[in-house]
Ligand binder design. Sequence first.
Ligand code: NAP
Length: 464
Amino acid sequence: MTPTATQLVIEIAYLVATALFILSLKWLSAPSTARRGVRAGEIGMVLAIGGTLLRHGIVEYQWILIALVLGSVIGIPLGLVKMTAVPQRTALSHACGALCVTLVGTAEFYLRSPNVPRFMMAVLCLEVILGSLTFTGSLMATGKLQEILPQRPITYRGQNLVNLSLLAISMVLAVVLVFHPGHKSLFPLIVFIPLVFGVMMIVPIGGADMPTVISLLNSYAGLSAAAMGFVLDSKLLIIAGALDGSSGFILSVIMSKAMNRSFSNVLFGAFGQVQTTAASAQEAQPVHSATAEEAAGILASANTVVIVPGYGMAVAQAQHKVRELFDVLTKKGIDVKFGIHPVAGRMPGHMNVLLAEADIPYDRLLDMDSINPDFPQTDVVLIIGANDVTNPAARTDHASPIYGMPILDVDKARTVMVIKRSMNPGFAGIDNPLYYEDKTLMLFGDARGFVGDIVRELTGGSGH
Ligand code: NAP
């Protein structure tokens, strides 16, 4: 191929890759198109890598080949982890991306210094600062989620001041470098200080808040990649980084809103420290409990049923049993829908992915805003391992830590049945007044076992 023809092929590959990245994000936003979204992203990435490998700037392929083999050897097993480990796996990917961005930025600085124009130096500094803090921050997040590091928030006096000072010092050094790019001795500091900041930033954040923090780190990784795009003069990187940066940020905002938390509360609030005490202080109140046989009878006589899954369904891996229950009830002519809260479970889309894995039809999964108006006309709500996302205290109790959090209005249905193992609280560590209402029946047991028992009762003991 002539150089101009090669250039044309590269440009087309990049253009198609860009379009595929945008479409991928669009398709990923609905369960019915999510698989297509993943494929589009994968093909886009292959085109982006392929196009880059054709570039004439590359003089030797052997190191690239070694890196490609090494990356695949690490990447393939990472892609096969269990679904409950996806948050930490994602954090680890961010760490790798951020390390790469930092190394490229460092190399570019030493190649170009002292002849670095101001704008270029500013984006280089941004790239390296964000890359470094995302690298160590993501490693810390992985450690907390994998429980290699203590999950509880670790706090000390003046912590926020120390952290913000570290960030401020990095910024000041960056400004000095922008005006004096020949000060090579300062550069290691704008790598090292954000590396320390990344660790310190995660220390006060509880393990359960990590999914929100990970999507924020995702955003930082994207922004640093976009900055790298300016440094390397790659429009594709700028676009991909900007998409990554903005989508990560939007996701963090959605998650914070759905948990009724502000960003600063997630980052500086040390949430998770006082949670369990609130519940244990509660006085024991009577609840109505029922057996699988009774629950099956109630379900069989309903016309409309809404199933509300939560973290407990994920822990129990009950999704396939839930699918059996859905089939049995649907065969009986009962209208069965699923009410999905945006932060049910422990990661974005957790419930959607589990229910999709069990092949529950997508049109039966309704998000909170769509299902809430249906509850007053619903005969039975069956809650499977969900707690906080159904807690009416979020609407009524001004003193509750989740006051203001939008919830699924399950208490408006005629009958509510809750499968959980005990009266223990969920993530927020608070009692749920729903359990003491007359219309609520507690079905104590493991989600998978209990749903299986209900299915057996409904099918006359034969299972499904
Ligand atoms: P939740 O409030 O944490 O409650 C889960 C319930 O499941 C617990 O009360 C637990 O009670 C029960 N459970 C656990 N294992 C079970 C099993 N094997 N069988 C049956 N039940 C079991 O969960 P949620 O209602 O899904 O709410 C999610 C919470 O996580 C929200 O507070 C949200 O803000 C937070 N969060 C979500 C995300 C996200 O991205 N989705 C991220 C960070 C934080 P027992 O122990 O009595 O069984």
